[in-house]
Write a protein that binds this ligand. Sequence first.
Ligand code: BDR
Ligand code: CA
Length: 314
Amino acid sequence: MPRKIIIDTDPGVDDTMAIFFALCSPELDVIGLTSIFGNVHTELATTNALRLLEIAGRADIPVAQGAVDPLTQPFEGPVPFVHGEDGQGDIFAPEPAGSAINLSAAQFIIERLRAHPGEITLVPVGPLTNIALALRLEPRIADWVHEVVLMGGNALVPGNASPAGEANIRNDPEAADLVFGAAWQVTMVGLDVTLRVHMKPDDIAEYAAHGNPMSEHISRILPHYRNYFEANYDAEGIFVHDSSAIAYLIDPTLFQVRRWAMRVGTQGLGRGKTWPATGGHTLPAWQGRPLVNVCVGVDGERVVALAAERLRNA
Ligand code: BDR
Ligand code: CA
């Protein structure tokens, strides 16, 4: 039986790759996409999610629109220098035909988890606002979910949106602290591993050769994203963030995991830093918090190969 997942996403170039990777993987059954601000504003995230499903020939999958701002303050704004003004590498693709369903992301998540207790894995690859809102509206989702596997955070390495924080967590640290503190199993696939999943120029070139609509779309949107990485990191090609969470779902043996209680910095320069209790710390702030599976090691080459293989055979 394929595993049911809901991907909460801010597409986004790497979100696009992750969504297509999941759709091409027989181990996974994508039962919905929920949109969130981050790489783009929420409304554009919704449009992109609908468009991606149409490209994949999966317009049957529902899209529910999420929150437009973080829990406690206004959204700081999108990152066109990374993902393009359209969140899709500035290719400005045609508008999708479909539209979002008439439920908010949080309502959709609650409704689906209630209908399939124990069966659904939440896969947030953007800021965690929708997940936190769902928890606030219906705390029993912590019992109904199978698990939460998220892309975000930085345990033992610096941030990318600031020296302290990773972009998804920094966009709503209060929401992230709620999600890491709830009584459910969370796995954090963060920068500790995603910056070691390196897609090289040859791997990127391969997409153009596959000749299926998903690979074609990826090869069109990647150049802008790749330019950003090559201008800012000492490497050719890109690092694969969101697809790493999908790889974890398919084959967790590709990752090394440590289990730590987690807090998220919400103040000052440290806003958005994920702080694991690495030294067995029992300070009050970490006491009583659930242990999070934190990915600290990865076989990056195998993750890249797995994602490529799935798109090749799409
Ligand atoms: C995360 O931030 C976003 O820009 C990416 O889509 C990814 O989810 C990486 O820090
Ligand atoms: Ca993302």
